[in-house]
Design a protein around this ligand. Structure first.
Ligand code: BEZ
Ligand code: FE
Length: 284
C-alpha cells in the first residue's frame, strides 16, 4: 500500500489489523483508529498540535506512579470514567447508584467495630454516620464488608500527606445481623482534585475548576450481590452541579444534619443489586 492520503489511510490501517485473532481487541482497535482519524480530520490537526498532544500524554505518564495516577485523573476530567461507570453499572430501580472509584482508596484499611471513630486523628468536625445495607426486597444484608474513605477538613486524604504513615479517615467495618452499621468520622468537605500536573494545566487552560463536592466514599461487598462503589454527596454543596469528574447522582445526595453540640449526623441506606441467578456458576 503506497501513496496513502487523508482519505485512504484509515482503510489501510483497518486492513493491517484485520488478522487480529481476538474479536474484542479487533473491534476496539478498529473503532479507536476510526475515531482517532475522524477526529484528526475533523479538527484539521496540525503537526504542531499533534506534537503538543504527544507532549501532554508524555507529561501525564511522567506524573504517574504508584501513588498518583494522572491518566485516571485525565479520564475522570474528560468524563470517560463516569461514562464507563454509567454504561456498566446500570442497576434496577431501587438499587443504590454507583459512581467513580477515585484514586484515594487504600486496600486493607484498618478494621473498626460499630461506633468506633474512623477519623483516627484526621482534622474535622465530628460526624456520626449511620446506615444499613439491604437487598432489593428490603432484606437486611448481614456481615456486608463496608469500606469507607474520605478527605479531612483541609480537603486532603491521608495518602496526600507526605510522610504520614497512619491511615486516617478510612476504615472497614461489617454490617450487623440487621444489616445496620454506624461509625464516627468527620464531616466531608469539598476539595480540589490534584491540579499540579498536566490535568491541572488542561483545567486552567479551559477555565474549568478542579473541585469535587463534599462526599464520603463507600465500597460495599456482600456474597450474592454486586459490589457497590459509590459516594454519598453532601446536600447544599456549591459544586454538586459542576463536579470536576462528573460523578454526582441526585439519588446519592444526603443531608448532614447539625446537632445541638455542633457535631453532625448522616443517615444513608444502601441497596445492593443481587447477582442474577443465570450469571451464577451452575451447580454440577
Ligand atoms: C475522589 O473522589 O477521591 C476523586 C475522584 C476522581 C478524581 C480525583 C479524586
Ligand atoms: Fe473523594
Amino acid at each position: 500500500m503506497r501513496n496513502l492520503d487523508q482519505h485512504t489511510i484509515t482503510a489501510a490501517v483497518h486492513e493491517r489489523f484485520a488478522n487480529t485473532p481476538d474479536a474484542r481487541l479487533k473491534k476496539i482497535l478498529h473503532s479507536l483508529v476510526q475515531h482517532l482519524h475522524d477526529f484528526a480530520r475533523e479538527v484539521e490537526l496540525t503537526e504542531a498540535e499533534w506534537m503538543q498532544g504527544i507532549e501532554f500524554l508524555t507529561a501525564t505518564g511522567h506524573m504517574s506512579d504508584a501513588k498518583r495516577q494522572e491518566f485516571i485523573l485525565l479520564s475522570d476530567t474528560l468524563g470517560l470514567s463516569m461514562l464507563t461507570v454509567a454504561m456498566n453499572q446500570q442497576k434496577p430501580a431501587g438499587c443504590t447508584e454507583a459512581t467513580v472509584f477515585g484514586p484515594f482508596h487504600v486496600a486493607d484499611a484498618p478494621q473498626y467495630a460499630h461506633g468506633e471513630d474512623v477519623a483516627n486523628g484526621a482534622v474535622g468536625v465530628p460526624c456520626l454516620v449511620r446506615g444499613s445495607v439491604q437487598g432489593l426486597q428490603g432484606e437486611p444484608i448481614a456481615n456486608a464488608l463496608i469500606d469507607v474513605w474520605q478527605a479531612d477538613a483541609d480537603g486532603k486524604y491521608d495518602v496526600q500527606y507526605t510522610g504520614q504513615q497512619e491511615q486516617r479517615a478510612r476504615g472497614v467495618l461489617r454490617s450487623g445481623a440487621d444489616g445496620r452499621f454506624h461509625f464516627k468520622s468527620i464531616v466531608a468537605n469539598a476539595y480540589p482534585i490534584p491540579d499540579d500536573g498536566p490535568v491541572g494545566s488542561m483545567l486552567r487552560a479551559t477555565k474549568r475548576h478542579s473541585w469535587r463536592p463534599a462526599h464520603l466514599h463507600f465500597m460495599i461487598e456482600a456474597p450474592g450481590y454486586e459490589t457497590l462503589v459509590t459516594h454519598v454527596f453532601r446536600k447544599g454543596d456549591v459544586y454538586l452541579d459542576s463536579d470536576a469528574v462528573f460523578g454526582v447522582r441526585q439519588s446519592l445526595v444526603a443531608d448532614w444534619v447539625q446537632q445541638q453540640d455542633g457535631s453532625y449526623s448522616l443517615d444513608f441506606d444502601f441497596v445492593l443489586n443481587p447477582i442474577a441467578k443465570s450469571a451464577a456458576t451452575p451447580v454440577k
